[in-house]
Design a protein around this ligand. Structure first.
Ligand code: PLP
Length: 411
C-alpha cells in the first residue's frame, strides 16, 4: 500500500528506519502463486479447530459467559495462569501462578520487557544472528544492541563472558531452543555457563522459547530459567502460537514475583489486559483438550517436512552451501558459498514463484549476505518439494559469483 506522505515529524526513535526494501519484497511473497518459505507460519491445516471451537463455545456458554466478555485483571485470568504454571512446571521449571502474566502473544511480552527493564542507552546482548522482531522493541526503548557470536551450539559462552565484562549490559536476550532464525539449540553445558554468567554479572535474562515443544530428535532440555539461582533475574517468555495457533494471540511471561506489580502496570498501560474471551478459551482448551497428543501429531508432521527439505537441499543449492540440521522448530538456516547475496537473489526467486527470507536483517551488527532462512512447517512435503524445485531452478540459472559482495548494514 502506498500512503500519502506527511510533513509532520514522527518520534525520533521510529523515524528514518529502512528495511532496505525487504518488506516490499516479502509483501510480494504473499501472492497466491508464490510458495513461500519466508514467513514462520505453522500449518493451519494442523490447527486443532474442533477443540478450539469447543473452547470458545464453553467460554460463551453458561453463567460465566458475561464475565468472559468483561474487562479483567492485567495479570491475566487466574485459571489460565494456573494452566500455564502447570505447563511450565511440566517442562522442568517449577512455576507458581502468581509469577505468570498473560501477554498478547510473546511479541507483546518483548515490548513489555523493553518498557519494564530498559532505559535509553542500556545495552542488551543478543546472539548473532537473532530474532529480528526482538531487536526492534529493544531499539525502540532506546537500548543499544550488542551482538555476541554464536555457532551450531548456540551463543558462545566465552564471547558472552567477554561482552558482559566489556559492555556491562542490562539484559541478555536469548532464544535457546530451535532459535529463530537459525534453528540452533543451546547445549545443556552452555546453558549452565550462561546461567553462571547471568548470576555473576547481575543482568536480566530474557529467555524467549516459542519453539521448545516442537522437538523432533533428542531429549527435552530444561530452560536456563529453571536454575533456581536465577529466580530473581530471569524473565521467561512462552506462547500458544506454535503449540496451538498464533491467531489467538495468547502468550505468557514467567517473572520474579517481586516485579509483578510493575509489570502489571506496564501491561495495563499497553492494552489493559489480553482479551478476556481468548484467555477463557485458552484456559478451557488447556484444561480439556489433549495438548500432548496434538503436539505429537504436529511434531510428526513437521519432522517429516524438515526431512524432505534437508533431503532436497543438496540438489537445490550450489555446491559448498551449508544447511543447518535443526532438531526441532520451524527453520533451516542456509549459508550460500562465497560471493552469493541472498537479498540480491530474492527477486529472481520471486519471479520463479518461490520465496525465502534473506538472513541479513537478523544480524544486529554485521550482516552475512550469504545467509537465508527457510521455514519448513507451512506446507506438506509434496509442496515443499515443488518449492525446492523452483529454488533449484533459480540457482541453476544464477551464474557463480566471481567476487564477494561488500557487506552492507541493514539499518
Ligand atoms: C523467537 C520468537 N519470539 C517471539 C515470537 C512472537 O510470537 P507470538 O507473538 O506469536 O507469541 C516469535 C514469532 O515467530 C519468535 O520466533
Amino acid at each position: 500500500m502506498t500512503g500519502r506522505r506527511t510533513d509532520l515529524p514522527l518520534a525520533a526513535r521510529v523515524g528514518g528506519r529502512s528495511s532496505g526494501g525487504l518488506v516490499d519484497l516479502l509483501a510480494l511473497a504473499d501472492r497466491p502463486e508464490i510458495l513461500s518459505f519466508a514467513v514462520g507460519l505453522p500449518d493451519p491445516l494442523l490447527f486443532d479447530v474442533d477443540h478450539l471451537r469447543e473452547a470458545f463455545d464453553a467460554a460463551l456458554s453458561g453463567p460465566g459467559a458475561g464475565a468472559n466478555l468483561q474487562y479483567s485483571a492485567a495479570e491475566g485470568l487466574p485459571r489460565l495462569r494456573e494452566r500455564v504454571a502447570a505447563l511450565l512446571t511440566g517442562e522442568g521449571m517449577p512455576t507458581s501462578p502468581a509469577s505468570v502474566l498473560v501477554s498478547t502473544g510473546s511479541q507483546q511480552a518483548l515490548t513489555l520487557v523493553s518498557t519494564l527493564l530498559l532505559d535509553a542507552g542500556d545495552v542488551v546482548l543478543v546472539e548473532e544472528p537473532t530474532y529480528l522482531a526482538a531487536i526492534e522493541p529493544f531499539r525502540l526503548a532506546g537500548a543499544r544492541i550488542v551482538p555476541v557470536a554464536s555457532d551450531e551450539d548456540g551463543i558462545d559462552p566465552d564471547a558472552l563472558a567477554k561482552a558482559m565484562r566489556t559492555h556491562r549490559p542490562r539484559a541478555l536476550y536469548l532464544c535457546p531452543t530451535f532459535a529463530n532464525p537459525t534453528g540452533r539449540t543451546l547445549t545443556a553445558a552452555r546453558r549452565a555457563r550462561v546461567a553462571e554468567l547471568v548470576l555473576r554479572h547481575r543482568v536480566w535474562l530474557v529467555e524467549d522459547e516459542p519453539y521448545s515443544r516442537l522437538r523432533y530428535d533428542g531429549d527435552h532440555l530444561a530452560p536456563i530459567s529453571a536454575d533456581p539461582r536465577l529466580a530473581d533475574r530471569s524473565i521467561y517468555l512462552g506462547t500458544f502460537s506454535k503449540i496451538g495457533c498464533p491467531g489467538l494471540r495468547i502468550g505468557w511471561m514467567r517473572v520474579p514475583p517481586a516485579i509483578m506489580p510493575s509489570l502489571a502496570q506496564v501491561k495495563q498501560s499497553a492494552d489493559m489486559h489480553t482479551s478476556t474471551l481468548d484467555q477463557a478459551a485458552a484456559a478451557h482448551y488447556l484444561a480439556h483438550a489433549d495438548l500432548e497428543g496434538h503436539l505429537r501429531l504436529v511434531c510428526e508432521a513437521y519432522a517429516a517436512r524438515r526431512d524432505t527439505m534437508l533431503d532436497l537441499a543438496p540438489g537445490t543449492f550450489p555446491t559448498g552451501t551449508l544447511v543447518s540440521r535443526p532438531t526441532g522448530g520451524m527453520f533451516c538456516w542456509v549459508r550460500l558459498p562465497e560471493g552469493y547475496d541472498a537479498l540480491e537473489l530474492l527477486p529472481r526467486a520471486l519471479a520463479a514463484h518461490v520465496a525465502y527470507v534473506p538472513g541479513a536483517p537478523f544480524y544486529a551488527a554485521r550482516p552475512d549476505p550469504r545467509t537465508l532462512r527457510l521455514c519448513f512447517s507451512t506446507y506438506e512435503s509434496s509442496t515443499i518439494a515443488e518449492g525446492m524445485d523452483r529454488l533449484a531452478a533459480v540457482f541453476a540459472q544464477t551464474p557463480t559469483p566471481t567476487r564477494p559482495p561488500t557487506p552492507k548494514r541493514t539499518t
